[in-house]
Design a protein around this ligand. Structure first.
Ligand SMILES: [Zn+2]
Length: 286
């Protein structure tokens, strides 16, 4: 194993649909012009199986937001996804069957991250079980405000959950994430490490992957535009309304900025920053 990670581990970046927001949602100075938010899925090929970070949108999300109070969700966050963009279809094109996916790490439980999970019936799922319980029992406006669509959860999910807190603390580079808390080792070899990045939601997780030739920290929705970390360009304050814990969110961004200054070797990648995703593709899939 080299410092850059095991030779046999690699990361492929898929985009499973997209939504739009006014530019200022991701970056205060960006104005009202709509910006595309890709629904990123990272597929990590590891000798023990394929690990996914998030599952993107799928056509079932479009169906879910046509019903009852969830129509508000669909109006605020239009879901754009073609059947062939569903993660299960994109994996098939790469020769990966649903049963090859041994684990899914969910950054959090919003529909653009959860939508494809029901297509992966064999995968263990890494997410805080208390967040799943809260989502199952939420009702009405409270559920809408949290951005939760429980119809996206597999019925047998509880039997497949892995509580991230139950995983062993990572050694090596997965432990070298200060001032972030050390990560938790999912694969037992330090190659795939779950990293708490709270604020956007309580259960929010990042994923560190020591891939062939490059180490990447997938940020999920900890930031929407990478410039929040690199240049302090934060979202418009209106984003407080849809952020679970604003102080925690800001603290996570400060910690990521400090980490980025200390470890310039580390590639940081938010889920919804289209330019950052394109740059990362060039670095991860030469
Ligand atoms: Zn998101």
């Amino acid at each position: 194993m080299t410092d850059e990670g095991p030779l046999e581990v690699c990361v492929e970046l898929l985009v499973a649909g997209w939504t739009t927001h006014p530019g200022f949602v991701a970056r205060r100075g960006a104005g009202r012009r709509p910006v595309r938010f890709p629904a990123l899925v990272a597929a990590v090929r590891h000798p023990d199986g394929v690990v996914l970070y998030d599952t993107g949108y799928a056509p079932r999300v479009q169906r879910a937001v046509r019903r009852g109070i969830d129509r508000v969700y669909g109006a605020l966050l239009p879901v754009h996804v073609e059947p062939e963009q569903a993660v299960v279809r994109q994996l098939a094109e790469r020769g990966i069957a649903p049963e090859d996916v041994t684990a899914v790490v969910l950054s959090h439980l919003h529909a653009d991250h959860l939508g494809g999970l029901r297509d992966l019936p064999r995968a263990r799922v890494v997410v805080d079980p208390s967040a799943i319980a809260a989502m199952r029992s939420a009702r009405g406006l409270g559920r809408l405000v949290r951005g939760w669509l429980p119809a996206l959860l597999p019925s047998d999910l509880e039997a497949r959950l892995i509580d991230p807190a139950s995983l062993p603390l990572a050694a090596g580079s997965g432990a070298d994430l200060a001032p972030l808390a050390p990560g938790r080792d999912l694969t037992g070899d330090g190659a795939v490490v779950v990293v708490p990045l709270p604020g956007h939601s309580d259960e929010h997780l990042g994923l560190l992957v020591r891939a062939r030739g490059r180490e990447v920290l997938l940020l999920g929705d900890a930031v929407w535009d990478l410039r929040a970390v690199t240049d302090g360009e934060l979202p418009h304050p209106v984003v407080r309304l849809i952020t679970r814990d604003w102080r925690g969110y800001r603290a996570t961004i400060d910690d990521l900025a400090a980490l980025a200054r200390r470890r310039s070797d580390l590639l940081l990648l938010p889920s919804h920053d289209e330019a950052a995703v394109e740059r990362a593709r060039g670095l991860l899939e030469p």
